[in-house]
Design a protein around this ligand. Sequence first.
Ligand code: HEC
Length: 292
Amino acid sequence: MIHLNKARETPSTRNFLKPNDLVMLRQGVGRNMHTRLTILMISAVMVTGVLFGGTAEAQTTGAQTTGDYTTVWNGIYTPDQALRGQDAFELHCLRCHETDIDAANPDARFRGHMFMERWREYDLVSLYDFIRLTMPRRDPGSLSDATYVDIVAHVMMVNAFPPGPRELDTEVLQSIQIEGKDGPMPLPSGALVQLVGCLNQDVNGAWIINKASEPARTNSSNRSTEEEMTAAGSKALGNQRFRLQNIEFLGQEFEPESKVGYKMQTKGYLIRQPNRERIDITAMEWTGASCR
Ligand code: HEC
């Protein structure tokens, strides 16, 4: 994900549609987003062993057992559909992505570990939109919606998510979460994320965001939409702390001094490093609320 920084020289170059950077075309987030985020935070508690507010008591063992939203583990495509998708993939994608789908390649990006690190905690419409809007590379959008969905089904099969009785279709994509067998996990380094937290300076004067919520995936590094800001306004603060990297990128008109102690909607690339968790910031807006 290091290469993402290359596209950051100016605000105008940074927000172009890049293969690794989805554009937020979809309005809004899934109905169950709140539930998912809650579960995500609970998972984070389980993983880090940090307790807050007694919520650990409410912990679950992940999506499969909660039954209140659908995941890739719930049998969301049929074998026939995946085979159609395989044919389409071979015809339209294989020439550029042979190594990405190759079972013998541990770094294949469309299967196994690499696929999960890139796509977990997104919903399926994010993967579908990415493929539909940017692939095949020189001719994006050239296939029918149904064929793109079949290709997604093929990727599901390649990743050993179980098939089921019903074909995948465009209607349900948004309600299906990509996640590991044990449910949602904290996001990996390099993920494009959003969170709410309190803007502050540490003892050395470095800008930080504290009392931050668990970082969640976002499809866009741009300034938040009205809808995203509404969601940010009602999102609870958490107990995470991140250093903010490249805050000057936000430009002259953003004066961090004037927002100290306020609850901020924050987007950027997550950089995981023990005791030095950072956000390489791309956008920040005031939610209208104070942290005090
Ligand atoms: C002409 C070559 C070409 C064709 C054909 C092509 N792609 Fe790609 N694809 C690329 C390139 C180049 C990238 C960006 C690689 C990178 O990020 O380094 C990419 C990236 C991707 C990614 C993102 C990978 C990741 O981990 O971020 C997906 C998913 C993808 N392609 C799917 C497809 C699918 C599905 C098809 C067929 C419908 C397809 N591509 C056809 C060249 C191609």
